[in-house]
Design a protein around this ligand. Structure first.
Ligand SMILES: [Zn+2]
Length: 95
């Protein structure tokens, strides 16, 4: 379970992180180490994904399975009407 979406590529003096579409996703780094560190961050970020907020149903970038509210769980701006609209639609199905 360690498939890598991002990869470090570079030549002797510059390194950058590329995604699986071969698109550069970071700045150029002068050391491979820093590029690898950036790649690790990217791969970690990749475990997060767009989910629908349990509260208001808006799509947001979730940090993980525990993160289900659009404002990091600190309170979401959904109104009662928004919640009513969510009835019959479970964000859990989006997994
Ligand atoms: Zn919300």
């Amino acid at each position: 379970m360690s498939s890598t979406e991002y990869d470090v590529k570079g030549n002797s003096c510059s390194f950058a992180v590329y995604n699986s579409d071969n698109v550069r996703v970071t700045q150029f780094y002068v050391s491979q180490e820093r590029a690898e560190a950036a790649k690790d961050r990217m791969n970690k970020k990749h475990s997060s994904q767009l989910r629908n907020c349990m509260c208001c149903g808006k799509e947001f970038l979730s940090e993980g399975i525990h993160n289900r509210l659009c404002n990091g769980g600190t309170g979401c701006g959904a109104t009662a009407a928004d919640k009513t609209m969510l009835m019959g639609h479970s964000p859990w199905d989006a997994m």
